[in-house]
Design a protein around this ligand. Structure first.
Ligand code: SF4
Length: 371
């Protein structure tokens, strides 16, 4: 381990990306960044994180905010359970810890939405503890460096990878290259002051920027001469993953239905995916279901005709969807309102929190653009 840690810390002191949450030790700010980064690219997260920290600068501000406002700020990041859990956890911290972030690993891990990875990241980055992290990037780097041809999804493989990550972060405090302590750059200071946090960040960054899935840039890697998979010419074969069977996308029809300057929206029911968020009404449909028939079945005989407007694709968890959006022309009859539906003005259409695919539809509608 010792021969690996020092070159990695030196590399990070030279190459760490300048990200806004790398200039703070505030556990709350780090927690928010880690949760946002769980399913989202860094470049997307940066403006969201900055806006979030301006709006909810601490646990108390987040705990006091209504959930609706929290979800609105999250709009576009997807996987809204993350935002709900942040909000629930902030209220719990406010109630039971006086708004202070706990410092011990188990208390951090007990917060809603915080697993071993996130707790490890917070404790190492904010509290300088030797708690490991293991995400997809780290797993890829470790399987290659140690040339582990083990199926990634097996519990035994995961245990082995966690143990390696733990050994690396545990060795970090003793392995800070002495020259780094004399350097003045923020990167070098970050490594020297918190080697455990820096080691974890370096591992993740190496996986994200150098040891990439398809074409690892081995000549730029601080472990190039220590990497066993590279020496054996099989880095590209690792890690071993189970390939999920690709199911055909599920077809969903949605209707943009306007009457007297108002638009029909539906609120998603409690307890399901994206609960409480708004969307245009629609239905899952079989491949051959005619859109007009489906619209009349849901909205009644007020539907005169439907015109295709746009088609988009999105993924929720492991499911892929094909969303077909239709503009609905109504006759003078009353519209049957499906459960959860409501007519809203254009101002509300801007204000309400919509799922990502439906936000795109709403923005096009508000802009008055053809799809
Ligand atoms: S040498 Fe190549 S394969 Fe090995 S860890 Fe570095 S980038 Fe990944």
């Amino acid at each position: 381990m010792e021969t690996l840690v020092s070159p990695l810390l030196t590399w990070f002191a030279d190459h760490a990306r300048d990200l806004p949450w790398r200039h703070t030790r505030d556990p709350y700010a780090i927690w928010v960044s880690e949760v946002m980064l769980q399913q989202t690219q860094v470049a997307t997260v940066v403006p969201y994180w900055e806006r979030w920290m301006r709006t909810f600068p601490d646990v108390a501000a987040l705990a006091r905010a209504p959930l609706e406002r929290v979800l609105k700020l999250w709009e576009g990041l997807g996987y809204y359970t993350r935002a709900r859990n942040l909000h629930r956890a902030a209220r719990l911290l406010y109630r039971e810890h006086g708004g202070q972030f706990p410092r011990d690993f188990e208390s951090v891990r007990a917060l809603p939405g915080v697993g071993r990875y996130t707790a490890g990241a917070i404790c190492s980055l904010a509290f300088h503890q030797p708690t490991p992290v293991l995400d997809g990037n780290v797993a890829r780097v470790l399987t290659r460096v140690f040339d582990l041809h083990l199926p990634l999804h097996r519990a035994g493989t995961q245990r082995r990878l966690w143990a390696l990550a733990e050994a690396l972060v545990g060795a970090a405090p003793e392995q800070v290259p002495p020259g780094l302590r004399r350097r003045r750059s923020w990167r070098a200071r970050r490594v020297a002051e918190n080697p455990c946090g820096a080691l974890n960040e370096a591992l993740m960054e190496l996986g994200a920027s150098v040891c990439t899935p398809r074409q690892p840039r081995c000549p730029d890697c601080p472990w190039a001469d220590r990497c066993r998979a590279r020496a054996r010419g099989r880095a590209h074969l690792l890690p071993r993953r189970r390939r999920p069977a690709m199911a055909a996308p599920r077809r969903v029809l949605a209707w943009v239905c306007e009457r007297r300057g108002r638009v029909l929206l539906r609120r998603r029911p409690a307890g399901g995916v994206n609960a409480g968020l708004w969307e245009f009404p629609g239905v899952p449909a079989a491949a051959r279901t005619p859109p007009l028939r489906a619209a009349r079945a849901a909205l009644g005989t007020a539907v005169q005709r439907v015109d295709p407007w746009l088609t988009t694709r999105y993924t929720i968890t492991q499911h892929r969807y094909r969303l077909e959006v239709y503009r609905v022309e109504l006759n003078g009859r009353p519209v049957t309102l499906p459960t959860g539906c409501r007519w809203v003005g254009r101002g509300a259409l801007e204000r309400l929190t919509l799922t990502a695919a439906h936000r795109r539809v709403a923005d096009l509608l508000l802009a008055g653009e053809p799809a």
